[in-house]
Design a binder for this molecule. Structure first.
Ligand code: HEM
Length: 522
């Protein structure tokens, strides 16, 4: 008799679940401990196929998108479908055919089988643009060894803790510019109000990533914001907004509908501005080397890439462009949500301020040593990203091997969708999961909200070798900004009754402007 038994989550297996000699995946075998469904008999287990996996019909999806208004709330579809189908379902809509994975155990299980050179998604529209313009493919589009070469060049410059900390002096200056700008803006209104924080923080995000890449300032936070900064941000917004329609619409509509043309124009703007910034910087570097001047200490990432000569020029251009675009919406939207919640949560704001005060009295700036501590600050950022993962649904296109999840065997080439938004809000992992409760992340923190959650229940930066290359810089930037804002100001909502919900435009962003008041601390 072949009895299928679902083991208790407490009963953890570390051995392979695949019956001897049958359908064992060719990817690397896990050494991690995983929760599995297993069988008590030795008879070969018959796995189900992808075609047996339940999921919404195209009509269901179209109804939600176009009648129920989910078109800009694709994150909410994760909640809807997980409620209907459980943690694993297939969605097919137009050219999309996805297997959705919406439990931390299954996400871990999938990432365990992703192979040595994981692919996120076939970004055909980005690839098409870059090939047509003769540009390097860059981190997001590249696969296999070409991608690995890019990561080998970048990881040591961005992800090694010491390297990331090396960017702190440049980021500190940008944070001081942000404070100065907030002060100027708040003084323009009797109530200390600053409208539309997103817009301000986009400029901050751009200035920060430019400081890391170019070791130079662009002046994005000055009174007269450079025109190219505004154009870059606008083009980026357009590119993210258009990415989904362009992917869904068949090629033959390109001559009839405006989306593809606009998408290409947005990319042209992005690349033209990024190229201009790179070339200006190259002139400075060439001039410096003509004078025999050494590269300054803590030189930016562009200098490091060019001096190491590990990447061809065209890849340096695309890589820098991708870092610039990766650095704008991500940290800015996260900071915006953090401030939104802190402004409405005097207790959390008080705890954060107290932590800043005890670590750095007299408005001192936080140094590397301080940054190794600050548990509440880090908990605030984690909690913000749990509730609002900038990338609400990540992807894995597994090309090298079949993938086994639950009772299913998925063929090579299956596109998986990792539903970070819904796993981060799972009540089984996070009690009062819809509430902003930073203390749930504190070690030893008592309290109702602290449940021992699965380590893959909130992974906003992804995981593994293809995880976010900007993670450490992003964290540093957000810690420094929040810390300094808390030292200087009490942050209040402009309208305490106003509720801001998230919308998705490939990335998850606030659905309307977040307006705050900045009251100087006595
Ligand atoms: C709150 C901040 C940020 C979040 C939540 C975030 C999130 C992510 C996620 C989820 C991925 C996909 C990882 C995976 O597939 O496993 C990613 C990739 C990436 N991120 Fe970030 N990111 C942030 C900030 C940044 C910053 C500041 C930069 C640039 C300095 C950046 C550059 C990139 C790049 C280039 C990739 C592609 C990596 C690759 O494919 O190898 N990100 N990010």
């Amino acid at each position: 008799m072949n009895v299928s038994v679902t083991r208790s989550p407490l009963l953890v297996l570390s051995r392979t679940p695949y019956p001897a000699g049958l359908l064992r995946p060719q990817g690397p075998r896990s050494t991690r401990r995983i929760h599995l469904r297993t069988t008590t008999s030795t008879a070969p287990h018959k796995y189900k196929t992808i075609d047996e996996l339940p999921g919404p019909t195209a009509a269901d999806t179209a109804y939600l998108l176009f009648v129920k208004g989910y078109a800009d709330k694709s994150h909410a579809m994760q909640t809807e479908f997980r409620g209907r189908f459980g943690p694993l379902w297939r969605s097919r809509f137009g050219p999309l055919d996805l297997v959705n994975v919406a439990s931390p155990e299954l996400v871990l299980r999938l990432l365990d089988q992703e192979g040595a050179r994981p692919v996120r998604v076939e970004l055909s529209n980005w690839r098409e643009y870059r090939e047509a313009r003769g540009r390097g493919l860059g981190l997001h589009v590249s696969t296999g060894d070409s991608w690995l070469r890019l990561r080998r060049a970048l990881d040591p410059l961005l992800l090694r803790p010491a390297a990331a900390l090396g960017h702190a002096p440049a980021l500190r200056q940008v944070v001081e510019d942000l404070l100065a700008r907030l002060e100027r803006l708040r003084l323009q209104r009797p109530d200390g109000g600053v409208a539309n924080m997103q817009e301000e923080l986009y400029k901050f995000g751009f200035e920060s990533v430019a400081a890391v890449v170019f070791e130079a300032r662009l002046g994005c936070l000055q009174d007269r914001v450079p025109e190219e900064t505004l154009r870059f941000i606008a083009a980026l917004n357009a590119m993210w907004r258009l990415s989904e329609p362009v992917l869904l619409l068949p090629c033959w509509t390109r001559g009839l509908l405006p989306y593809w043309g606009r998408f290409v124009r947005a990319w042209d703007d992005i690349t033209q501005i990024a190229d201009g910034l790179i070339e200006r910087r190259l002139l400075v570097l060439e001039e410096r080397s003509r004078r025999g001047a050494p590269a300054p200490e803590g030189a930016g990432l562009l200098t490091a890439l060019l001096t190491s000569k590990t990447l061809p020029r065209e890849e340096v251009y695309t890589t820098v462009t991708e870092l610039l675009l990766g650095g704008v919406d991500t940290t800015s939207n996260t900071l915006c949500w953090a401030l939104y919640h802190l402004s409405r949560d005097p207790r959390a704001q008080h705890l954060l301020h107290q932590e800043a005060l005890s670590e750095c009295p007299d408005l001192q700036e936080p140094m590397a040593d301080h940054l190794t501590r600050l548990p509440y600050l880090k908990a605030v950022v984690k909690e913000t990203l749990r509730l609002y993962p900038v990338v609400p649904g990540n992807g894995r296109l597994v090309l090298e091997n079949e993938v086994y999840l639950e009772d299913y065997c998925f063929p090579r080439g299956t596109q998986f969708h990792l539903c970070h938004y819904v796993t981060g809000r799972d009540e089984a992992q996070f009690r009062a999961s819809e509430s902003f409760l930073p203390e749930r992340w504190l070690r030893g923190g008592a309290g109702e909200s602290r449940l021992p959650h699965h380590p893959y229940s909130s992974i906003p930066f992804g995981r593994g070798v293809r995880g976010c290359v900007g993670k450490r810089v992003a964290q540093l930037e957000m810690y420094l900004a929040l810390f300094r804002i808390m030292q200087h100001y009490q942050v209040l909502p402009q309208d305490p009754e106003e509720v801001v919900e998230a919308k998705t435009r490939t990335l998850m962003i606030p659905g309307k402007p977040i307006n705050l008041r900045f009251i100087p601390r006595a």
